[in-house]
Design a protein around this ligand. Structure first.
Ligand SMILES: C[S@@+](CC[C@H](N)C(=O)[O-])C[C@H]1O[C@@H](n2cnc3c(N)ncnc32)[C@H](O)[C@@H]1O
Length: 261
């Protein structure tokens, strides 16, 4: 009887052994090699890769060698509106460096509480700001500030993670302040922005300088110029200039080529 039981248990072990080996191989592959995420529209070229071992500040998803940062939730709204921000980042200088025209249509992508939108809107006496964000809570704050500040030319736009929801050739400028590094689908969002830009329209990216280790911001929330240029080039934007006039961020200007001229 004992012999029979031993034999059955041995046979059982033999049967499940291949499954154990396959399971261990899968686990090893997941740990050693990143999982590729394949773009829906080009099945052979992986745009993103997912890694299991990654920074606690990131989402484990990599784009052109850069790990994408976690999104700043709406509970961080108070930080965006902090009174010390003008001294630390000089956002009023950002606005003056944009060289806006009164009839410009500006999309503030990743607008958050609309900190920049409400500083730009008064300059656009015949234009407007589209304040684009994925968090409805941020858009509610923008609506609240609109009433409080009595500003009518700021329009909140709810985006999806991969689509800014802007009409084709409708904007003169897409501004992204401290936002690009946390886009979960940077390539898709930028393609949407390029489509929404008028010919010769501009993209202005303001990011904490990744080249400077003394800027006390988490690594994934900074970007270096080479990386930004590489990622903008990937969606057909042409670099025009970088303005290093802000205390901690660089302001990079890109242009959509005018194919009509
Ligand atoms: C760090 S906040 C910066 C807010 C604002 N630009 C500022 O400087 O005050 C980044 C914002 O980007 C938004 N965001 C993240 N992914 C986005 C996407 N795919 N499209 C639009 N907004 C996005 C977040 O919801 C967040 O409000």
């Amino acid at each position: 009887m004992i012999k029979l039981q031993k034999r059955m248990s041995y046979n059982y072990k033999l049967k499940i052994l291949p499954f154990i080996v396959i399971f261990l191989l899968i686990v090893e592959c997941l740990l050693v090699y990143p999982t590729s995420i394949v773009r829906a529209d080009s099945l052979s070229v992986p745009v993103y890769e997912q890694r299991i071992i990654h920074s606690p500040d990131g989402i484990g998803k990599y784009y052109m060698g850069r790990e994408i940062a976690k999104v700043m939730g709406y509970t961080g709204a108070g930080w965006l509106e902090r009174p010390s921000r003008e001294g630390e980042e000089q956002p009023s200088k950002i606005v003056s460096l944009l060289n806006l025209k009164p009839n410009d249509v500006v999309a503030d992508i990743g607008a958050g509480t609309g900190y920049l939108s409400f500083r730009i809107a008064p300059l656009l006496t015949a234009g407007k700001v589209l304040a684009v964000d994925v968090q409805p809570e941020m858009l509610e704050i923008i609506e609240l500030f609109k009433k409080e500040k009595n500003i009518i030319n700021v329009e909140p736009v709810l985006a999806t993670l991969s689509e800014p929801n802007l009409a084709s050739e409708s904007i003169d400028l897409a501004l992204m302040v401290d936002a690009y590094h946390e886009l979960e689908y940077p390539q898709e969002v930028m393609q949407g922005i390029v489509k929404a830009l008028k010919p010769s329209g501009r993209v202005v990216l303001v990011e904490y300088r990744g080249e400077n280790p003394f800027i006390m911001i988490k690594g994934l929330h900074k970007m270096n110029q080479n990386q930004v240029r590489k990622e903008m080039q990937a969606v057909g934007l042409v670099w025009r200039e970088t303005k290093n006039l802000l205390p901690q961020q660089h302001l990079m200007v890109f242009e959509k080529p005018n194919t009509n001229s």
